[in-house]
Design a protein around this ligand. Structure first.
Ligand SMILES: O=C(O)CCC(=O)C(=O)O
Length: 226
């Protein structure tokens, strides 16, 4: 297997599908929460968010703010029972969990979040809540199309960008989780593009049996399943 195959996997759909109406109901419940601009010089301030889980449970949306507090639920999450169900069902330690908003015309330009990688023991998961075919979401030079209610792992340590060419506000839940056995098992029914990547993920996860569970799918970058 050539090294270039390991470069190709930018996203993996994970085996959870959520009720979109319930996701949107909780989103509506939190409509009065003040949003905060996301950090980074790679957008013009239009990309905003609210925190569901943060260091000290504060209403902070900074993904990697330094501090000594433990990661905890925020008051926002306590008001959103389905969001809480979704997070409680993911049995891995959570760091920052945010609801992120990108309005029509919004553009998060190329950037990368190097700490969200297996090497750092952190995975970034996404659940689209509201999206549209005219959202151009690029990871590692590839366009990804994720539907509302799906759970995805994306390799955000690679260069990524989002351009909202639609007329709707795009809303994603973005969940940073620490890798544990559950996170490894979650991948049991997911699909990867190449055995080389499976092996490297298994090594990083320290789950010796993981590699054998991944399904090599030559020619496919990821495969949806229902
Ligand atoms: O999809 C989004 O709103 C943000 C994407 C992103 O930059 C990230 O998840 O790191």
């Amino acid at each position: 297997m050539s090294a270039s195959n390991t470069e190709d996997v930018v996203a993996v759909r994970l085996p959870r599908t959520y009720d979109v109406e319930l996701l949107r109901r909780d989103l509506q419940t939190l409509r009065d929460v003040q949003v905060a601009p996301q950090p980074g010089p790679y957008h013009a301030g239009e990309w905003t968010g609210i925190a569901l889980h943060s260091m000290g449970g504060k209403d902070s949306v900074l993904p990697s703010a330094a501090g000594m507090d433990r990661y905890e639920e925020t008051e926002n999450l306590k008001r959103a029972p389905y969001f809480k169900y979704v997070l409680d069902d993911l049995k891995c330690p959570k760091e920052v969990v945010r609801i992120l908003f990108l309005p029509p015309g919004g553009y998060i330009k190329d950037h990368f979040d190097f700490h969200t990688s297996f090497q750092f023991g952190l995975l970034r998961l996404h659940i689209p809540i509201i999206t549209h075919p005219d959202v151009i979401f690029m990871i590692g030079g590839q366009r990804v199309m994720w539907n509302s209610g799906e759970l995805w792992y994306g390799d955000f340590s690679r260069v990524h960008s989002v351009k909202n060419d639609s007329s709707v506000v795009r809303v994603h839940m973005v969940i940073d989780v620490q890798i544990n056995d559950f996170a490894c098992r979650l991948r049991k029914r997911s699909f990867a593009a190449s055995p080389v990547t499976s092996a490297s993920l298994a090594r990083s996860c320290r789950c010796s049996s993981l590699a054998s569970r991944w399904q090599p799918l030559p020619g496919a970058l990821w495969l949806r399943f229902d």
